[in-house]
Ligand binder design. Structure first.
Ligand code: C5P
Length: 224
């Protein structure tokens, strides 16, 4: 029996991480946070002294990446060589490293099989940029989640504020536009909806409402 997969792709801060987590919880399915793999690889390379442009060495590190995702108290702990790096991988320097290593073709190829391994019964919700286009092209339900740049910047602003980190909204909007430009236009695995993806705009909608829409669609397609 093939394991059902729901893919959630979309630009930065579109809410896909939260939506994917809530959806996986509602369905009792596994979750793949593919961005965390690129983040862990960026951190691992940094700690091993491997330069972000050394593609062959990075691909080798990616093939044997000592990462584990451990479910704990309704949350996922990300471990690198047994160390909890869940918070560390969200820091800005690691975000930058992640986007650099993610632009390398052989790194993406090396992580492909790893990602396929997450598809275990009863099902998988896969969150990323190329889940529906490259990693799980035969997924029975593909979602492309968007929101306006202004709304995504506002969400990021609130997240940072909640953590006590000061931020400038206008600068965040600029930053998001720059990242969109890079993600949509990069040569390797550019961000784009799969041709058979359902596009959802979360600008004026809550996480719960978006999750409910996806659950309805999954039900219509006989996945639940
Ligand atoms: O989603 P997140 O911000 O954690 O992703 C970290 C980095 O990995 C981003 O630069 C993103 O472009 C990249 N990424 C990717 N393909 C994925 C998931 C993330 O290139 N499937």
């Amino acid at each position: 029996m093939t394991v059902p997969v729901i893919t959630i792709d979309g630009p930065v801060s579109s809410g896909k991480g939260t939506v994917a987590r809530e959806l996986a919880r509602a369905l009792g399915w596994h979750l793949l946070d593919s961005g965390a793999l690129y983040r862990v690889l960026g951190l691992h390379a940094y700690r091993r002294g491997v330069a972000p442009e050394d593609e062959a060495s990075l691909a080798e590190l990616a093939r044997h990446l000592p990462v584990r995702f451990v479910e704990q108290d309704a949350d996922t702990v990300v471990e690198l060589e047994g160390e909890d790096v869940s918070r560390r991988i969200r820091e800005q320097d690691v975000s930058n490293l992640a986007s650099r290593v993610a632009a390398l073709e052989s790194v993406r190829a090396a992580l492909l099989e790893r990602q396929h391994g997450f598809a275990e019964a009863p099902g998988l919700v896969a969150d990323g940029r190329d889940m529906g286009t490259v990693v799980f092209p035969r997924a029975p339900l593909k979602v492309f989640l968007t929101a306006s740049a202004e709304e995504r910047a506002r969400r990021r602003y609130k997240q940072l504020n909640d953590k006590g980190i000061g931020a400038n909204l206008a600068a965040l909007i600029e930053e998001i536009r720059d990242r969109d430009e890079r993600d949509y236009n990069r040569a390797v695995a550019p961000l784009r909806p799969a041709s058979d993806a359902v596009e959802l705009d979360s600008t004026t909608r809550s996480v719960d409402a978006v999750v409910a829409d996806i659950l309805d669609e999954a039900g219509r397609r006989g996945l639940t």
